[in-house]
Design a protein around this ligand. Structure first.
Ligand code: PXP
Length: 267
């Protein structure tokens, strides 16, 4: 891959996932706190897009939330959803900027693991084509695994979103060896996806402490972050939390651009 490729050192976007504002609202019923208000505040803090996951069991985001977000936010909406017929109909009704297809299990607390694109290739290929024909960009949430990336390109996806959950889990355990292995896996996966013409995103479990090594990977152009930012918003306010995350992302990106631009010393 030539280093002059236009995606190298491309700006890094931040998509803010507002699901857990709806989790808090639904804990009591009613309308407060409102995910749409959170979306406006995230944009005020510098979010480039808003992400919302409409789950089959509607445990947080509702159908009405999706309609209001699509009609009222001033940045692209990324609709996360399982690859079901019901969700496809909803996506085709609202035409979000992007759909991110995720595996979904009713009993899970959050999205565990990536999509089995190889096993699901036959079903996913026409499913993705239908969304793309309607003008929706399609992203697949996958493990940073080369075979799955190749299958994602075959399935006709525009984007792969690399699941950073395992890396973030190892970071919580201070497992230095595991962290290094996972970052290397993400670096190889991002380079391979970019070489196949896929746009590369990443997310899940990212925090102020874990974002920099992922933000440094030059092929990654978007991070999607939710739970940590909503937790921080309790203490710092949502625009401030988003602003701080953006600063950390941009600092990591700039540092990477500086170090890779340095002329190599001759031997
Ligand atoms: N990307 C995808 C595809 C997800 O499913 C999630 C969780 O909903 C996220 C990013 C954000 O993860 P977190 O809430 O842990 O930041």
């Amino acid at each position: 891959m030539p280093t002059s490729s236009p995606l190298r050192h491309a700006p890094l976007r931040l998509g803010v996932n507002i699901d857990h504002v709806a989790t808090l609202r639904n804990a009591r019923g009613g309308l407060h706190p409102d995910p749409l208000r959170a979306a406006h505040l995230a944009i005020e803090g510098g979010a480039d897009g808003i992400t919302a996951h409409l789950r089959e069991d509607r445990r947080h985001i509702s159908d009405t939330d999706i309609a209001r977000l699509k009609n009222e936010i001033t940045r692209p909406l990324n609709l996360e959803m399982a690859a079901t017929a019901e969700m496809q109909q909803i996506a085709l009704r609202h035409i979000p900027n992007a759909c991110c297809l995720v595996p979904e299990k009713r009993e899970e607390r959050t999205t565990e693991g990536g999509l089995d694109v190889t096993g699901g290739l036959k079903m996913l290929t026409p499913y993705i084509a239908r969304l793309r024909d309607a003008g929706i960009r399609v992203s697949l949430f996958i493990e940073p695994d080369i075979a799955t990336i190749e299958a994602s390109a075959k399935a006709g996806a525009d984007i792969v979103e690399l699941h950073t959950g395992k890396y973030c889990h190892l970071a919580l355990e201070n497992d230095a060896g595991g962290i290094a292995r996972e970052i290397e896996r993400h670096a190889k996966a991002a380079a391979s996806a970019h070489a196949l013409g896929l746009e590369v995103h990443a997310g899940h479990g990212l925090t102020y402490n874990t974002v920099a090594p992922i933000a440094r990977l030059p092929e990654i152009v978007e991070l999607n972050i939710g739970h940590f930012l909503m937790g921080e918003a309790i203490f710092a306010g949502l625009p401030n939390a988003v602003r701080r995350m953006r600063t950390l992302m941009e600092d990591a990106r700039a540092e990477r651009a500086r170090t890779s631009a340095k002329p190599r010393k001759s031997a």
